[in-house]
Design a protein around this ligand. Structure first.
Ligand SMILES: Cc1ncc(COP(=O)(O)O)c(C=O)c1O
Length: 350
């Protein structure tokens, strides 16, 4: 027997059996399983060679576990369509691909730093023009910033990290006075448990699913929802051809996380309110910024457009960086770490 070949006893038919025995797609169909299964198969047996009549063909294009989570995400945002991507940043990057070279983006100068970096580097390299304006809902400032080549207005509310909010409906109404300009909001800091921006008139709502939606600090993922058929078609195409998709396993985990979002958010809000009230009049604290506190400058706007205030707090400690770092170092349970929106409490000095 040559070393490179199997003995007949060892290999006769065995390779075929390991691949096919008990593995027929019809056999492992999970029937009416109550919890959605994780479908890992990257490919699907086709009814006909073109795959035209098949629901699933290849996992980059579509996967049942991903479809399940995308439908759940769309439902909680009261959207027609939902898409998930391999991270929040991959989601924003994909959305920038809706633009053509030479198109113009308007965004805020104080939003998540990673988004600013993406817009200033990768999006700018694709010859997209970008104007950063202050965090505002003033129609005049938007009217001045929007140019004939503007295609996208990207806002964040509440913003990272200072929890400023903007009147979302006011911005959507202003921007929609201009033809062919769409508004996308990064609603990560609110989650669908606190606001539904599609109902306030924006075209797209995106989330870093890695935060509140998954909620357990063990998945990196992003998502975007829309009611617009034209944007659905374009994003579906981009998801298919660029392929920045999450794994079926991560979709399963995030889908499970989403189920407890309202319960977690109620508790986040309860705790954030208690901590904010405790710190608000502490002699070592300069300012507590929590949307649920009547002292927050935008508390009334928050009550108008949000149905919960969330769990994020921004603090200004009297003194300076040294005092802030001391405060962080002396916390017993709250961990100094990047990210937010999960079951443990984290603190950052951004
Ligand atoms: C508001 C906001 N948007 C987007 C992102 C990016 O999301 P991801 O880390 O899932 O790529 C983050 C991450 O911290 C964020 O805070």
């Amino acid at each position: 027997m040559a070393e490179s070949t199997c003995s007949e006893e060892l290999c006769k038919g065995m390779a075929t059996l390991t691949v096919h025995a008990g593995q027929s797609p019809e056999v492992w169909n999970t029937g009416a399983a109550v919890v959605p299964p994780i479908t890992l198969s990257t490919t699907y047996r086709l009814q006909e060679p073109s795959g035209a009549s098949d629901s699933y063909v290849y996992n980059r294009i579509g996967n049942p576990t991903r479809s399940c989570f995308e439908a759940a995400l769309a439902a909680v945002e009261k959207a027609k369509y939902g898409f998930v991507f391999s991270s929040g940043m991959a989601t924003i990057f994909t959305i920038t691909q809706l633009l053509e070279s030479g198109d113009h983006i308007v965004s805020f100068d104080s939003i998540y730093g990673g988004t600013v970096l993406l817009l200033k580097t990768v999006a700018a390299k694709l010859k997209t023009e970008i104007t950063f304006i202050p965090v505002t809902d003033d129609p005049e400032i938007f009217k001045q910033a929007i140019k004939p080549n503007t295609k996208m207005v990207l806002i964040e509310s509440p913003n990272n990290p200072l929890l400023n909010i903007v009147d979302i409906r006011r911005i959507a109404d202003t921007v929609h006075q201009f033809k062919d300009v769409f508004v996308i909001i990064d609603s990560t800091f609110a989650s669908p448990a606190c606001q539904r921006p599609l109902e306030l008139g924006v075209d797209l709502v995106m989330h870093s699913v890695s935060k509140y939606i998954n909620g357990h600090t063990d998945v990196i993922m992003g998502g975007v929802v829309t009611n617009r058929d034209d944007l659905y078609e374009k994003i579906k195409f981009l998801q298919k051809v660029t392929g920045a998709i999450p794994s079926p396993f991560d979709c399963y985990v995030a889908n499970r996380g989403l189920k407890t979002l309202p319960l977690r958010m109620a508790k986040h809000q309860h705790n954030a309110m208690a901590i904010s009230k405790y710190l608000e009049f502490n002699s070592k604290i300069e300012e507590v910024l929590y949307l649920g506190l009547p002292s927050h400058p935008q508390h009334e706007l928050a009550k108008k457009q949000m149905f919960a205030f969330g769990g994020m707090i921004a603090l200004k400690i009297k003194g300076g960086k040294t005092e802030a770092v001391n405060f962080m170092n002396n916390l017993k349970l709250i961990i100094s770490a990047a990210s937010l929106g999960s079951i443990e409490s984290l603190i950052e000095h951004p």
